[in-house]
Design a protein around this ligand. Structure first.
Ligand code: IPM
Ligand code: MG
Length: 361
């Protein structure tokens, strides 16, 4: 009998619904190929949820997610909601989802795809062979630390406050995920912090160093975040696995993404202790091209592959899907963000169709 899974779909805003439609079509092909059965349930998040319910993460959405085997998210946000107070913005929905499902570990792979090497803004010899995994802490640090807010001061001036804080247990649990991840890769882990200035980073560095004793097969190094940013664009091949806090991980994962040519290609997995994960592209909702059938659906598709691999333990289907993506690129199919001369420019839907054709073979 077919293995059954309940998948929550969170298409969100902007290009979200367009790229999600491609992911669903792809999963329907994989159902047949791998004897799987997906039951899809769609829920609201971000701007779409604000429009329908007045809040970016309705309680019903969290319930639906909790009641599923994996969550596939597209993107949230848009100009329309940019002026709302921060707790009512679409981004608050995403942060609430991460916190609500305790998804403390965010895996963001940045691997050069040989077919796209010329799409990178960096020189071929710098990026050829790049294969980095950024392990970003996702439910702590300055994104969630208290106190936070905009407060009145005695002088009548306002003061904005956020707090970067990590407890030992928060550092240890992301550290363990990172060491385990590095162990399955090249065995090199670089912990990124700002320990020359921040106490929170000093604790981070101490705990990572202590943890390293339990992973003698992994080589641990440390970099300050400013140097890490420089090294990422100077000599990215020195990195295998990177572990860092929420804010530094947000920034460095965008930089790592660009090494590969387009952020439109990069997937991510957000995992927690419960086993339920959220799988989403690293890119945003791209409101400037929303509804124009121009989006690159491949990061969403590769996030779907991560869902199969890390969320559902269906490695064969994940491999097959990732190979399909490489094949469609080898065939010359390109969306605008990865277009180069001699290739065939396709819209979002046509890219999806080209991929389905490859997968159905
Ligand atoms: C990301 C995004 C989010 C973040 C935003 C949309 C809240 O930039 O997933 O990297 O900052 O974490
Ligand atoms: Mg980001």
């Amino acid at each position: 009998m077919a293995q059954q899974y309940r998948i929550t779909l969170l298409p969100g805003d902007g290009i979200g619904p367009e790229i999600m439609a491609v992911a669903v079509d792809v999963l329907k092909v994989l159902e047949k190929k791998f004897d799987l059965q997906f039951e899809f349930q769609e829920a609201l998040i971000g701007g779409a949820a604000i429009e329908a319910t007045g809040e970016p993460l309705p309680a019903a959405t969290l319930d639906i997610c909790r009641n599923s085997d994996a969550v596939l998210l597209a993107a949230i946000g848009g100009y329309k909601w940019d002026s709302l107070p921060s707790h009512l913005r679409p981004e608050a929905g995403l942060l609430g989802l991460r916190a609500g499902l305790e998804l403390f570990a965010n895996l963001r792979p940045a691997k050069i795809i040989p077919q796209l090497i010329d799409a990178s803004t960096l020189k071929r010899e710098i990026v050829e062979g790049v294969d980095i995994m950024v392990v970003r802490e996702l439910t702590g640090g300055i994104y969630f630390g208290k106190p936070k807010g905009i407060f009145d001061t005695e002088t009548g001036e306002k003061r904005g406050v956020n707090t970067m804080a990590y407890t030992e247990s928060e550092i240890d649990r992301i550290g363990r995920v990172a060491f385990e991840t590095a162990r399955k890769r090249q065995g090199k882990l670089c912990s990124v912090d700002k320990a020359n200035v921040l106490e929170v980073s000093q604790l981070w560095r101490d705990r990572m160093t202590k943890l390293a004793a339990q992973y003698p097969d992994v080589e641990l190094t440390h970099l300050y975040v400013d140097n890490a940013a420089m090294q990422l664009v100077r000599a990215p091949k020195q990195f295998d696995t990177i572990v860092t806090g929420n804010l530094f991980g947000d920034i460095l994962s965008d930089a790592a993404a660009m090494l590969t040519g387009s952020i439109g290609m990069l997937p991510s997995a957000s995992l927690g202790a419960s086993g339920l994960g959220v799988f989403e592209p690293v890119h945003g909702s791209a409101p400037d091209i929303a509804g124009l059938d121009k989006a690159n659906p491949l990061a969403q598709v590769l996030s779907t592959a991560m869902m199969l691999r890390y969320g559902l333990n269906q490695a064969a289907a994940a491999d097959y899907l990732e190979k399909g993506v490489l094949q469609v690129l080898a065939n010359g199919a390109r969306t605008g963000d990865i277009m180069s001369s001699g290739m065939q420019l396709l819209g979002c839907r046509a890219m999806g169709e080209a991929l389905i054709q490859v997968l159905e073979k």
